[in-house]
Design a protein around this ligand. Structure first.
Ligand SMILES: [Fe+2]
Ligand SMILES: [Fe+2]
Length: 216
C-alpha cells in the first residue's frame, strides 16, 4: 500500500513541476499583455511555489517508497492553441485556463486530500499546498478584473469548451486513483476525488466567472 501511495506522490511531483512550467509561460505572457505589478507578483511567485511543491511531493514519494526518487523532468509544457482566437486572446485564455480553471480544480482536489489525512505532517503540507493553489487561482481572477469588458466577453466565448476539456483531463487523471483511496494518508477515495471536481465547478468556478463579469 505504501508503494502505491509513493507512486501517487511521484506522479504528483511531475505534475507540480509541469505546473511551474505552465506558470513560467503564463508569467511571460502576462508581461506581454502589460499586466499590473500585483498580478505579475502573484504569477511569478507561483512559478517558485510549484517548483517547491514538486520537491515536497518528491520527498513524500521517497518517504512512502523508502528509496531515493529521481527529481521530476523539467520541460516546457505545451499550452492549448485555442483555435479561432487571435494571438492576444490566446494569452488571456492561457491565464484563465491555468489559473481560474486548473488551479481552482487543484484547490478543490487538495481539499478532498486534506479531509483524507490524519498524519499531522502530511496535513500541514496539504494545508500549505491548498493555500498556495488558492493564491495561484487568484492570478486568473485578478487578471479578469483588470481586462476590459470586450476582452471579458471574448474570453467568455471560450470558457465552456475550456472548462469541459480541463474537467475531462482531471477526470482521466483521477480515474487511475485507487478506488478506496488510502484513508489517513491523504489519498481520497476515487469517487470523492471525482465529486470534488463537479463541486468545485459548481460552487467556485462558475460563480467566480459570474462575479468578475465574464458572460458564459
Ligand atoms: Fe502546486
Ligand atoms: Fe498551483
Amino acid at each position: 500500500m505504501h508503494a502505491e501511495v509513493g507512486a501517487i506522490w511521484r506522479e504528483r511531483a511531475q505534475s507540480e513541476l509541469n505546473a511551474a512550467s505552465g506558470f513560467a509561460i503564463v508569467a511571460t505572457e502576462l508581461f506581454e499583455l502589460g499586466a499590473p505589478s500585483a498580478v505579475l507578483e502573484l504569477a511569478t511567485r507561483a512559478v517558485h511555489d510549484e517548483v517547491r511543491h514538486a520537491e515536497l511531493c518528491r520527498g513524500l514519494a521517497e518517504r512512502y517508497l523508502g528509496e531515493p526518487v529521481a527529481p521530476p523532468v523539467a520541460k516546457r509544457v505545451s499550452m492549448p492553441r485555442h483555435a479561432g482566437a487571435d494571438a492576444e486572446l490566446v494569452k488571456h485564455l492561457h491565464v484563465v485556463g491555468l489559473c481560474c480553471v486548473n488551479e481552482t480544480l487543484a484547490a478543490g482536489f487538495l481539499e478532498a486530500c486534506l479531509e483524507a489525512t490524519d498524519a499531522p505532517d502530511v496535513r500541514e503540507l496539504a494545508r500549505q499546498h491548498l493555500a498556495d493553489e488558492v493564491r495561484h487561482a487568484r492570478v486568473g481572477w485578478a487578471h479578469l478584473a483588470w481586462v476590459d469588458a470586450a476582452t471579458r466577453r471574448a474570453i467568455g466565448g471560450f470558457v465552456p469548451r475550456m472548462l469541459t476539456a480541463n474537467v475531462a483531463r482531471w477526470t482521466r487523471r483521477l480515474h487511475i486513483m485507487p478506488r478506496a483511496g488510502f484513508p489517513g494518508l491523504g489519498v481520497p477515495a476515487r469517487a470523492r476525488a471525482l465529486a470534488s471536481l463537479e463541486e468545485t465547478v459548481r460552487e467556485v468556478v462558475l460563480p467566480g466567472f459570474a462575479a468578475v463579469g465574464v458572460p458564459l
